[in-house]
Ligand binder design. Structure first.
Ligand code: LLP
Length: 464
């Protein structure tokens, strides 16, 4: 696509195209970012991150205040976590959701208070659970029946280490599966699930897990958790899941007399990756889900619970672009029928200095991205391009099909937007390629928040 027509849903909020066609973000010319920090580099618009965090929090707070309850928004660190981002999230009133000991360590290093952290994981180690209890996390989300006893056991270990805290209990939620799976292009709704997370509501394990927690005096049951998928653009899945867990909550109360105070609806809020795509609107989804919660609680004669949500992608995804330098440009004649069903066509393979090691999503999920030349105004004519990386396999594709200026050439800077979520966080060192830095831009200035990996970093692990 032409950089003059940058879709604001897809590019960071402060993206501006200058008179010479060069693009800046937050008042910083991307050519200057490349000159100072090299490429590839993730460029993150800090104000955009903060604004998205605030917008999400405000939308949910307002929608649920209207039905008489409160909301906690946990930023899902798996999308992208470093100490700076954890601090921004907390400064904007969010808490931090972690999925491993490593993410927990980052949140703690950032100074996030323990009670503002949640710990997930379908296979937590004893060390991870111990560390979470030591940190005083606000909740451990239990993912299986055996984990109930394991967390209780960890509380006993904690009490042994801290005899003054003999009454200490672990605040826990139980993750359940509602039969709703949503996300991407596949939307499956089935009562029987075939995946590793949570305890099935339909199969009765969810109720058993909740009762098991109540049977352990070391555990404090905060509530029920449900996460239905990721990159969800159709809100109905959230509504079905909310209804299912509110039914479960009422059933637990009927059987045990214990009405859990909180319900977590997870993350999964979809964003636009391509021009013209429509992201899920936080205020609309918040209102829709609040209405379902209110109606369900009225039907069930139960008070409305406290709500929590765990957005990751919707907060950080669109805030970031990856900036590359173009290297080899190679026209390739494709003999197969073109998309319009007619004969051969020329595809211009544009190789950049990164690839599947900094964005695994196209190779892993067939995810689609767009790209633009951002260092100059290109020729008005375009070529049909495929942006590929420097790795030694043909699946190393970053952008499958995009119109780029016909004069795209080595040395041009090329940006791929919406790489903030699951980009750096899933990056690898495939082919011993060091991982790019993350540079935050704000008010005309840059700040490295994750530095570039070096060959020395890689070799430091190689003990010979
Ligand atoms: N909460 C839980 C329990 C989760 O498992 C996830 C994501 C989230 C929250 C955040 O979901 P989000 O709002 O970011 O969609 N690597 C994949 C996405 C995996 C998501 C895993 N769980 C991708 O690149 O699309």
């Amino acid at each position: 696509m032409s950089p003059d027509g940058l879709d604001p849903q897809v590019w960071p909020a402060s993206t501006v195209v200058g008179p010479d066609g060069a693009v800046s973000v937050a008042g910083v010319d991307l050519r200057a970012v490349a000159a100072e920090h090299g490429t590839p580099v993730y460029v993150l618009d800090e104000d955009d991150f903060r604004a998205r965090a605030r917008t999400f929090r405000a939308a949910f707070t307002e929608a649920f205040a209207a039905i008489g309850t409160e909301v906690d928004v946990y930023y899902a660190g798996k999308a992208f976590l470093c100490t700076a981002v954890a601090r921004w999230a907390v400064e904007e009133g969010l808490r931090i959701d972690t999925a491993t000991g490593g993410e927990l360590a980052v949140a703690l290093r950032a100074g996030v208070p323990g009670p503002d952290i949640g710990l997930h994981g379908n296979n937590k180690s004893d060390a991870e659970i111990d560390r979470a209890l030591e940190a005083g996390v606000g909740r451990v989300v239990i993912d299986s029946l055996p984990e109930v006893a394991r967390v209780a056991e960890a509380v006993r270990r904690y009490r042994a280490r801290h005899p003054e805290a003999m009454l200490r209990r672990a605040p826990v939620m139980v993750r359940v599966t509602t039969g709703v799976h949503a996300g991407g292009h596949e939307y499956i709704s089935t009562a029987h699930e075939d995946q590793k997370f949570g305890l099935s509501v339909a199969g009765g394990q969810a109720l058993a897990g909740l009762r098991a927690v109540l049977d352990h005096p070391e555990l404090e049951l905060l509530g029920v958790h449900s996460h239905i998928g990721s990159q969800i653009l159709d809100p109905s899945g959230f509504e079905v899941a909310a209804r299912t867990i509110l039914d479960l909550r009422a059933e637990l109360a009927a059987v045990t007399g214990h009405l859990v105070a909180e319900v977590d609806l997870g993350g999964g809020y979809g964003v636009a990756y391509l021009p013209g795509e429509v992201p899920l609107d936080p205020s609309r989804i918040a209102k829709d889900v609040a209405r379902v919660v209110q109606d369900a609680c009225a039907d069930l004669h139960t008070p409305v619970p406290r709500i929590s949500v765990e957005p990751g992608r919707a907060i950080v995804g669109p805030t970031t672009l990856t900036l590359y330098t173009v290297g080899t440009v190679k026209p390739v004649t494709v003999d197969a029928a073109g998309p319009d069903g007619t004969g051969s066509f020329t595809r211009t393979y544009v190789s950049v200095d990164g690839g599947m090691s900094d964005n695994l999503r196209p190779a892993l999920y067939g995810a689609h991205y767009t790209a633009a030349v951002v260092s100059r105004r290109g020729s008005p004519g375009t070529v049909r391009a495929r942006v590929v990386g420097k790795h030694c396999e043909s699946g190393d594709i970053l952008v499958h099909d995009v119109a780029l200026p016909a004069d795209v050439a080595a040395g041009d800077l090329l940006a791929v937007p919406v790489t903030g979520a699951y980009g750096r966080s899933m990056a690898s060192n495939y082919n011993h390629v060091p991982r790019p830095p993350v540079v935050a831009v704000r008010a005309g200035g840059t700040r490295v928040i994750v530095r570039r990996e070096t060959e020395d970093d890689l070799l430091a692990l190689d003990v010979g």
